[in-house]
Design a protein around this ligand. Sequence first.
Ligand SMILES: C[S@@+](CC[C@H](N)C(=O)[O-])C[C@H]1O[C@@H](n2cnc3c(N)ncnc32)[C@H](O)[C@@H]1O
Length: 402
Amino acid sequence: MWVGEGLKVEEIHGKGRGLVSSQPLKGGQVVLKDSPILLYSTRPLNPQQQVHSTSALYCDNCFRRIQPASAAIPCPSCSHNNNHHFCSTNCLSVAAASSHSPWVCQSLARLSNYPDLTVHQPLERQVQARYLVAAYNLAIVNPSQFQILMSLQSTHSGDEVASAKAAVFLHSLISTLCPPPTTAQGFAFTLELTSFLLARDRLNAFGLMENIRGERSVRAYGIYPRASLFNHDCLPNACRFDYVDSESGSNTDIIIRMIHDVPQGREICLSYFPVNESYSCRQKRLLEDYGFACDCDRCKVEANWSDSDQEENDGGETDQVEEMDEDQDEDMEAGEEDLHSGDDEAREDFPHAYFFLRYMCNVENCWGTMAPLPPSDGNSSNLLECNVCGNLKNEELLGAEC
Ligand SMILES: C[S@@+](CC[C@H](N)C(=O)[O-])C[C@H]1O[C@@H](n2cnc3c(N)ncnc32)[C@H](O)[C@@H]1O
């Protein structure tokens, strides 16, 4: 499979498949642009349960914010319960032929009127129901993309009893209220398939984020088959950008850019969550949500920290970053060799301080990761962009800012 500029798929010991650089890569270089095969909203199924009455309205096809909300075009089939909206007639007709087919429309309407799901279950279950409807719809409208979904990693993780219960509940609900049409080729609607689909979602979904008045939430989840091949590292060398509110026709694509230079043959990894999380939180999340114990270089170092070191770092490592000796920054260049170099005591205790100083966004409570803008004419850019808030920072001014 061709995955992206300068990347190849390899089996990585203990991790399954992963992506490795097939040539030296430069900081800021775009190594992958990927389109979703599936997108689904995180809104409650019943609009009356929207947590904030002021919550933004998104197009149910392209997931751009609809502004003003009065410009929204309701789906003519489910407008009676005011459930699904589009930003244009084009999005409405594209969705009607794909992600918002008559079966989806009917299924979501039935599910939204079912209190056992919408009142007595957590929001997470309703979002899983949306995902299952989207996945079974994919099997009907685009069997080849459904096969791609089926090829993604699906090892079970976390609380297996709770996951099995959720699968039984959702499967029986869909079987009763809205079974997928039996005409669909290439899949059998079984409890086993439902539970594998849920596991694939847990391990592979990327969140398209929203930031309203500093409060971050996920507006939609997407399955990006090539980006799903990136393994996790707590000190990633690449990070993900999306520009979902942009006017571009491919606004739901995600872009993976290199954070710094890496040589050929190095595994390229993302962090599956903000890099400021403490060692214990990271280990817990990775085990519960992704089914593995992380043994990356950063975890190896932090595993030896004392409890007081851990506590000091819980809730954000920025304090330590701010305390870092500025000389360290001057000593080091952006290249990966430098990130792993250093033999003084401070670097052994906290060799990744440099990473936080340089590549973590310094906007309050953002915790985004910064990567240089794409190089032009083979020259790396001095401007770093935050993948959460879009803040730009000039590398040359880094010392002055800190
Ligand atoms: C999004 S998938 C990544 C691609 C996956 N390795 C594959 O073969 O398709 C996430 C899964 O990859 C594995 N994985 C990712 N990062 C890992 C790491 N640092 N150590 C061990 N396993 C990892 C875990 O099984 C995790 O649930």
